[in-house]
Design a protein around this ligand. Structure first.
Ligand SMILES: *[C@@H]1O[C@H](CO)[C@@H](O)[C@H](O)[C@H]1NC(C)=O
Ligand SMILES: CC(=O)N[C@H]1CO[C@H](CO)[C@@H](O)[C@@H]1O
Length: 458
């Protein structure tokens, strides 16, 4: 029958929810080509599209990767006035790796002063960083992901943010952090959990290419990542900050990108959670400025932007007894070594995507993983080199991959990029070189570039 633990948990969540959960998409600071800063009109077009999606309603929230407007040092992102104009709520992020943070804090304070209640009343939460702990882990470091942050740094930043918003209209905004489940189950990161009001998790079964990751197992793999996280963080609410299934692109083991599978994943992973658990899908569109990412996760066409989705987004008729209906389950975190290895690889790629979208500050040369970028702020030009590598780890399956990319940004002259993304693969080393910097402004395109680059290593 329907008296499973997960359904009871879901029912409990439903019955105690005082308001509908936040529901929306992730938005990078640049257009999907990784270069052009998104300005207010760009964000407004995207938000209008999200609100008006044919066959779906209520996608009125936006998760950002940085509070800094692309192309500036510390101006508040134009996503804020766009959100005000379109009545969109925001999961604000202050990028927390590298040296970005002080400018992020400046931008946040400026946004409070400049936009007041119109801004603060729309804040779903504040995230301090994204996947910084993963990038700082041995796997991440071995992969060249030098730009992460340790737990003490994140805790310090969290405290700085709490101090900055104290006494302002944002004082009640819930503060949290986004990372991979592998970071959340690591007891050394407990202080971050303790200092968070909520916990964000990013997970992509599509990339778990050492496991049986066909679409028929997509929801189960996703549920496992969420369950592992939930078990590790105690009573803290777990928000779904990134997930999705590509509509086109390279096949990853048994995971085939196409609109039919993207629709299945939407129905089995998204539908049970939408309006129940705060969820920011990856993603609305990733093909603006004629970008052609591989894989592409966008559920709506980007060039030109259209509110007619690539597949039916309706959740009606989707069984509520789906095994994916586990927003807060207590299932055990048992996992095989191969599961752990592939999850790590997956996380690394996921990490790459976030780091690359990490906006403002994270320099994403070539869309790969971080090494030290050269920064020449005074000359108004920045350049970065990035190395992507990863490991399938544990030797159970997969091997390790590495690659390198280089990028530069002459486009944006005032920022101080400090890092890059991280990428991971579980196969043979390869090398990638590019000149696709998105330095000052990470973007979904950057993400895709990173994913593409990482995948090309496979
Ligand atoms: C666990 O987390 C700590 C602190 O972030 C880190 O130093 C350590 O390397 C992590 N261990 C693993 C196995 O990821
Ligand atoms: C040093 C370098 O590679 N500069 C390049 C950076 O990217 C711009 C835009 O693609 C090129 O015009 C520069 O030559």
């Amino acid at each position: 029958m329907r008296s499973s633990t997960s359904l009871l948990a879901l029912a409990a969540t439903l019955s105690t929810a005082s308001a509908a959960a936040y529901k929306g998409f992730n938005y990078g600071a640049t257009k999907s080509d990784g270069y052009a800063p998104r300005v207010q009109s760009d964000f407004q077009s995207l938000f209008q599209t999200s609100k008006n999606l044919v066959g779906a309603s209520g996608f009125t929230s936006a998760r950002l990767y940085t509070t800094i407007q692309a192309g500036t040092t510390s101006d508040p992102t134009s996503a804020i006035p766009a959100a005000i104009a379109e009545d969109i709520s925001l999961l604000v992020t202050l990028w927390a790796s590298g040296t970005a943070f002080p400018n992020e804090l400046t931008a946040l304070k400026a946004a409070i002063a400049q936009y007041g209640d119109a801004f603060t009343s729309r804040v779903a939460g504040i995230s301090i960083g994204s996947e910084d702990l993963y990038r700082n882990s041995p796997t991440g470091i071995a992969a060249g992901s030098t730009i992460g942050a340790d737990p003490a740094t994140l805790v310090d930043y969290i405290k700085q943010v709490r101090s900055a918003i104290a006494g302002t209209a944002l004082s009640a905004a819930p503060v949290g952090h986004v990372d991979t489940w592998t970071a959340w189950v690591n007891g050394s990161n407990q202080a971050v959990i303790d200092n968070c009001d909520w916990i964000g998790v990013d997970a992509y079964p599509y990339f778990q290419n050492t496991q049986s990751n066909g679409i028929e197992n997509g929801a189960a793999l996703f549920n496992e990542a969420v369950d592992n996280t939930a078990n590790a963080v105690g009573s803290k609410p777990v928000w779904i900050t990134e997930t999705g299934w590509p509509v086109t692109g390279k096949t990853e083991n048994l995971a085939v990108p196409n609109t039919e599978n993207a629709k299945t994943y939407w129905q089995e992973v998204g539908c049970p959670r939408f309006d129940v658990v705060n969820t920011w899908w990856y993603t609305l569109e990733d093909t603006d400025n004629n970008a052609s990412p591989n894989p592409s996760f966008g559920i709506a066409p980007g060039s030109p932007l259209s509110s007619t989705p690539l597949f039916d987004l309706s959740c009606s008729g989707v069984s509520s007894s789906s095994s994916s209906a586990k927003p807060s389950s207590t299932a055990s975190a048992s996992g095989s070594k191969s599961a752990s290895a592939s999850a790590t690889a997956s996380s690394a790629i996921s990490s790459a995507s976030s780091a690359l979208t990490g906006g403002g500050i994270v320099s994403t040369g070539g869309g790969l993983s971080p090494t030290k970028p050269a920064v020449d702020g005074s000359a108004g030009t920045v350049s970065a080199t990035a190395t992507a590598s990863g490991s399938g780890s544990t030797g159970v399956s997969g091997g390790s991959g590495s690659g390198s990319g280089s990028g530069n940004s002459t486009l944006l002259t005032t920022a101080t990029p400090t890092g890059t993304g991280s990428g991971s693969s579980s196969t043979t080393p390869a090398s990638v070189t590019g000149n696709s910097a998105s330095s000052i402004s990470g973007s979904i395109v950057g993400v895709m570039g990173g994913l593409l680059a990482a995948l090309s290593l496979l």
